[in-house]
Design a protein around this ligand. Structure first.
Ligand code: PLP
Length: 398
């Protein structure tokens, strides 16, 4: 997890990149694999019986196998999409909306990224359903109030982030699953693992979720590739999301039957090159180990949090950071400098941090701030990165 493995840092040797929650930098092995695909494996999948098409198809299915193994799933339950946003929209529109009724409840949390808010807002409005937010209690999600909602027996779906992209707070999905089992067994649990996936081992067999979505680009992979994992029994009975080439069993003039999962959910030309390159990202991560990555990132996040806490003029959005409850994301504000100006000042010092609402406006409203600056740590960040960041933050004056 050396910066030398990531070519962008050779181009910008003094860059301190702390915007990993937005997207991660790419290891050379992934970039090379992308080039390799287009120079020596490029063909469309599943449609040709000539050698190159077979090679591309095998590569694409190998990507599915590797992703499946990474989250302890089986390959037929891995569906490739273009990203988390696409996945959540598809699920809301094509899985949930068709059977949603007036008065049903859709439950999300106050931590959510707009991608896990807007699709639910829309389908709730379309069908006269109600969107409910779980808020925070004692610095975690208020699971008790979630239990109360479930007791109404009206909750169609709960869709929760596994790790906030602003505060890093993790959700206890097994606890949510227990509540579902207890009060409302038909409620579906969708997990947005966009952030979580890069920092901790995700095992679908003990995640609690029925469906999990994430994006490759936040996991040191290419942009334009996402994953939906669908629980096997659910995948069997789920209708296709899109219609088109590659997802059918037979098409007649006025009717059609569908292929099995995962082809059923992947109409059209899939992101084959990206999937092929993603194999190398995952192999790279596996060669280091997510436990090692987690431990290193936790140490850096803690160091940054404690360091900012000691500085005058800054307010941290989280009051009791600890790495068992939070991922390596530290958001803060300055008492008299707007977040955008602060990010600009950091940028002058070659420190890349995001400012604004980070696509989580309801969370910022809830926390009583308009915007924040966010440091999100990745596997290649170093102690020197954090020391330098703290030094710059300390010396910032208006
Ligand atoms: N969910 C969370 C928690 C995120 O942090 C993000 C992106 O930052 C998304 C969803 C959307 O991901 P993408 O832009 O890759 O679709």
């Amino acid at each position: 997890m050396n910066k030398q493995d990531f070519p962008l840092f050779s181009k910008y040797p003094s860059l301190i990149y702390l915007d990993n929650a937005a997207t991660t930098q790419k290891p050379a092995v992934m970039i090379n694999a992308l080039e390799e695909f287009y120079t020596s494996k490029n063909a469309n999948v599943h449609r040709g019986i000539y050698e190159l098409s077979e090679l591309a198809s095998a590569e694409y299915e190998q990507a599915r196998n590797i992703v499946a193994k990474f989250i302890n799933a089986s390959a037929q339950n891995i569906v490739f999409t273009s990203g988390t946003t696409m996945g959540l929209n598809l699920l809301a529109k094509y899985l949930i909306e068709p059977t949603l009724k007036a008065g049903d409840l859709l439950v999300i949390s106050i931590l959510e990224h707009h991608s896990n808010i807007l699709p639910w807002q829309e389908i709730a409005q379309n069908k006269g359903a109600n969107l409910k937010y779980i808020e925070l209690k004692d610095n975690e999600l208020d699971y008790e109030s979630l239990g109360d909602l479930l007791k109404t027996n009206k909750v169609k779906v709960i869709s929760l982030t596994m790790m906030s992209n602003v505060t890093g707070l993790k959700s206890d999905l097994m606890r949510v699953k227990d509540l579902i089992r207890q009060y409302s067994p038909n409620t579906l649990l969708i997990a947005d693992a966009a952030q979580y996936i890069a920092h901790e081992k995700l095992d679908v067999t003990n995640s609690g979720a029925d469906i999990i979505v994430f994006s490759a680009h936040k996991l040191y992979g290419p942009m334009g590739l996402g994953v939906i994992w669908i629980e096997p029994k659910l995948a069997k009975k789920m209708a296709p999301l899109f219609k088109g080439g590659g997802m059918i069993s037979k098409v007649e003039k006025f009717t059609a039957t569908w292929a099995q999962s995962p082809e059923r959910f992947e109409a059209g030309t899939p992101p084959v090159a990206a999937a092929s390159a993603f194999i190398s990202s995952i192999e790279y991560i596996n060669s280091i180990g997510l436990d090692t990555i987690k431990a290193k990132e936790a140490e850096l996040a803690n160091m940054l949090y404690q360091g900012i806490k000691e500085l005058n003029n800054y307010r941290l959005l989280v009051s009791d950071y600890n790495s068992s409850k939070y991922g390596p994301v530290i958001a803060f504000t300055h008492n008299s400098i707007h977040s955008h100006d602060l990010a600009q000042l950091l940028s002058y010092e070659n420190i890349a941090m995001r400012s604004g609402h980070h696509c989580a406006q309801p969370l910022h409203d809830y926390l009583g701030v308009l915007s924040s600056v966010r440091a999100s740590i990745g596997m290649y960040n170093t102690i020197e990165d954090i020391e330098r960041t703290l030094e710059v933050l300390k010396n910032i004056r208006i």
